[in-house]
Design a protein around this ligand. Structure first.
Ligand code: URA
Length: 236
């Protein structure tokens, strides 16, 4: 490996996106050979030891890709300073340091990918790739044709307009509807906010699809498996 900028190195390790890595550096969480670095231009090479929060990180050669069915009530981050359970804690017997590919809310369940391949994470989460994510939600009441049309045109949220999205009513639960939502962005609590905007707030939310992958029906909440080579190829 040639020398690269510290934030690029951290992104390749899978620690965070480049922007996230810049924030970590600015916060004084990153050290190189034991010295905390806060300057963005710093370059690192193969002989340097880079640590985040005191723990060494490295670009993994043995790449691992996992699908997990995230349960409700588990954080999708790699660690938590308040000691709450994180999704990577559910993966036993894998010694490589894993990071989630994007996020699911604490109260959302379903398909989440975990990997130690930072470049893969960058690709899968970069807005320009517009990977479609599919969710099943139980919502209050039943969306009508007008709501469905608003989704297909894109909605205006407090952080700006969304890309066109898809909303389909696929069932009923008492007075409430079960809907499928497909979006190709990954903004914070986006599905909940979109359904809130059409006045059908979410009661329950589960991700069932990520790009060409579907949540494996054999995975009970908390269970995981390695992705198959074909699945990784399809994603890339
Ligand atoms: N949209 C949400 O609102 N929550 C998630 O967890 C994922 C997408």
């Amino acid at each position: 490996m040639d020398e690269v900028r510290l934030q690029k190195y951290l992104a390749e390790c899978g620690v965070a996106s480049r922007r996230g890595a810049e924030a970590m550096i600015a916060e004084g969480r990153v050290s190189v050979n034991g010295r905390v670095i806060t300057e963005m231009g710093t370059k690192v090479g193969p002989k340097d030891t880079v640590s985040v929060d005191g723990k060494p990180v490295k670009v993994e050669r043995n790449k691992i890709y996992i699908m997990i069915n995230k349960p409700v009530g588990v954080l999708s981050s790699a660690s938590d300073d308040r000691g709450r359970q994180c999704v990577v804690d559910l993966v036993e017997g894998v010694s490589e340091r894993l990071y989630p590919v994007g996020r699911l809310d604490y109260d959302t369940s379903g398909l989440l990918l975990l990997t130690n391949d930072g470049a893969f994470t960058q690709k899968m989460t970069h807005p320009s790739f517009e990977i479609w994510k599919t969710y099943e939600a139980v919502v209050k009441g039943e969306p009508n044709e007008g709501n469905i049309k608003r989704f297909s045109e894109g909605l205006v949220l407090d952080d700006g307009p969304t890309l066109p999205a898809l909303l389909t009513v696929i069932g009923h639960k008492g007075n409430n509807a079960i809907v499928e939502v497909r979006i190709r962005e990954g903004r914070n609590r986006q599905v909940r906010r979109m359904l809130e905007a059409i006045r059908h707030p979410v009661l329950k939310l589960k991700r069932v699809g990520f790009g060409p992958l579907e949540l494996d029906p054999d995975l009970k909440p908390g269970a995981w498996r390695y992705l198959r080579d074909k699945e990784i190829e399809k994603l890339l």
